[in-house]
Ligand binder design. Structure first.
Ligand SMILES: CC(C)(COP(=O)(O)OP(=O)(O)OC[C@H]1O[C@@H](n2cnc3c(N)ncnc32)[C@H](O)[C@@H]1OP(=O)(O)O)[C@@H](O)C(=O)NCCC(=O)NCCS
Length: 290
């Protein structure tokens, strides 16, 4: 009789095994990404074990009553044996127990059939643009007096409030992982009266720098931020853009950053919760966190 498979909490000791899975799948995560996922939800990240074998992972994180699922990975040699389904059911039970009313994820083609089976529906699509920015830095101010520059610590609470308005949920714990970084990756767009009207962050990746999260009132304002952030990147970048942003997509393509893959944004539960207002412009912080 084979030993029954089990699910347990993912811990920092699992980092090498977890990283092996994300690398084998060709994903961009670094050890810091896995560490951050576990810090954001120490009780909400799980490993599937088949005897001593590390068969798969899933992570969750919550923003009030909105939950996100990510890092759904099953070792290639263990697929189509029910491990992915068991992991997702476990993650959903955990989120249900934490009063989450809508669960979101960005699905790959491999993941989508499984998520449909478990009650998720497609809500939109995200295109990953990839490449190296091809133009020199452009001026940080424009004719309207808007300024793009580094986030000053004192403005962090203003940024958090702005993000909540633009994205529709309060994401302080996620954003603090960017705002508190020593390399100060966050730039903000400020109007003449110093109020924040947009921001953009980025982080290193295994294959390319992941640009985002970012939010702004309009696509034009998001582009003003990208004009500042992209020329600073030495190598390739990934930018995950919702299909509703044709101006941003066209601008990236005209600067050598082109569509590389697609994700389906899916939701289970109350779709009105966690859906960014149609009027805002934003970039995902990566498929594992939305
Ligand atoms: C997606 C993934 C986690 C699924 O894990 P898994 O352990 O193979 O999934 P399960 O065996 O639990 O699948 C349960 C059911 O989901 C459906 N399903 C799962 N993968 C499927 C696929 N590739 N095509 C069609 N249906 C699929 C089937 O109904 C399956 O039941 P069956 O095998 O009896 O037909 C795995 O393919 C993987 O790690 N892929 C690479 C990383 C990735 O893309 N992850 C998803 C991120 S959003």
């Amino acid at each position: 009789m084979p030993t029954p498979a089990t699910i347990r909490k993912l811990t920092p000791a699992d980092l090498p095994a977890a990283l092996r899975l994300s690398r084998a799948a060709g994903w961009n995560q670094t050890p810091d990404d896995w560490r951050r996922a576990m810090e954001l939800a120490p009780e909400g990240c799980f490993a599937r074990m088949q005897a001593d074998r590390f068969a798969g992972t899933v992570t969750t994180c919550t923003f009030g009553d909105v939950g996100w699922v990510g890092m759904m990975l099953v070792d290639e040699s263990c697929r189509r044996q029910g491990h992915g389904k068991a992991l997702m059911q476990h993650a959903l039970q955990h989120l249900d127990a934490n009063n989450v009313t809508s669960v979101w994820l960005d699905a790959t083609e491999l993941g989508r059939p499984l998520y449909e089976l478990l009650g998720f529906s497609a809500v939109g699509a995200i295109t990953r643009f990839a490449g190296r920015f091809s133009t020199k830095r452009e001026p940080a101010a424009d004719a309207s007096g808007r300024q793009v520059g580094p986030l000053h610590q004192a403005a962090t609470s203003q940024l958090l409030a702005f993000d909540a308005r633009m994205v529709g949920v309060e994401r302080a714990h996620l954003l603090h992982t960017h705002c508190n970084r020593a390399d100060k990756p966050v730039v903000v767009l400020q109007s003449a009266d110093a109020s924040i009207t947009g921001y953009c962050s980025h982080r290193p990746g295994r294959l390319a720098a992941q640009i985002g999260p970012a939010a702004a009132r309009t696509e034009a304002e998001l582009l003003a931020l990208l004009h500042c952030v992209l020329p600073e990147q030495a190598g390739d970048v990934f930018v995950d853009v919702a299909d509703k942003m044709p101006e941003v997509s066209a601008w990236l393509e005209s600067h050598g950053i082109t569509p590389a893959r697609r994700f389906t944004r899916m939701c289970r539960g109350d779709v009105a919760r966690g859906l960014p207002p149609a009027t805002s412009a934003w970039l995902s912080s990566g498929p594992e966190k939305g």
